[in-house]
Design a protein around this ligand. Structure first.
Ligand code: ZN
Ligand code: ZN
Length: 220
């Protein structure tokens, strides 16, 4: 495998942080660093050090607090630029307030984004490119990152194994989410592996056949 995907599960809501790296150059994209405690930050550092990874990019699929807890730490530690979809900036700014309303210990606020990522942009990693898909509904600017040669998508909280992202948070909308899943993700090859923001990985083909939310929506 020329590209490798490592996942680490962090924080109270079991968020998946993904490290995607080119096995030749060891250049690494860190997607959604959810590390919250000192111990979790250290676990992220240990994995990076053990494998000799060279983080070069910091990207949020969307900016709910569980996906951005570690933004400040990762940006400072590795000197990276943060990329998000423009519609996620207000959500990023709100994250510390939301965390306090949940009664969790205060989070270190994320730095503002350094650049914006839009649908159709190419995200490069070594000689590989990710296609950027805008999949709103869980969050207004949710992005999925599809890598055709390696056959996987970093999906955020859009499509889970046998489930879908919740749509009861500000900016969420159920029909919009279903539309994104059906028009953006389901056209990908069935064998495409989906690495979601929570829970275990799945494939597009498995979800087309088995996902109860999709079946209910299509039957309605
Ligand atoms: Zn989310
Ligand atoms: Zn999440």
């Amino acid at each position: 495998m020329p590209l490798e995907v490592l996942s680490l599960t962090f924080n109270a809501v079991q968020e998946n942080t993904f490290l995607v790296y080119d096995t030749d150059s060891l250049e690494t994209i860190i997607f959604d660093p959810g590390c919250y405690s000192r111990a979790e930050e250290q676990r992220l550092l240990d994995v990076i050090e053990e494998r000799g990874l060279k983080p070069t990019q910091l990207i949020n699929t969307h900016c709910h607090f569980d996906h951005v807890f570690g933004n400040a730490f990762v940006k400072e530690t590795f000197g990276l630029q943060l990329g998000i979809h423009p519609l996620e900036q207000p959500i990023l700014e709100m994250a510390p307030l939301i965390v306090s309303t949940y009664g969790m210990p205060p989070m270190t606020a994320s730095p503002p984004p350094d650049y914006f990522i839009n649908e159709g942009d190419d995200i490069k990693l070594g000689q590989y490119q990710f296609q950027v898909l805008l999949c709103p509904g869980h969050s207004p600017g949710s992005l999925c990152f599809y890598q055709p040669e390696a056959g996987f998508v970093i999906g955020g909280d859009v499509l889970f194994r046998n489930s879908i992202g919740r749509t009861d948070l500000p900016g969420g909308d159920h029909p919009t989410l279903m539309g994104a899943i059906i028009t953006k993700l389901f056209p990908l090859p069935d064998e495409t592996v989906v690495y979601p923001g929570h829970g275990s990985s799945t494939t597009i083909g498995y979800e087309k056949k088995n996902n109860p939310f999709v079946r209910e929506f299509l039957d309605a």
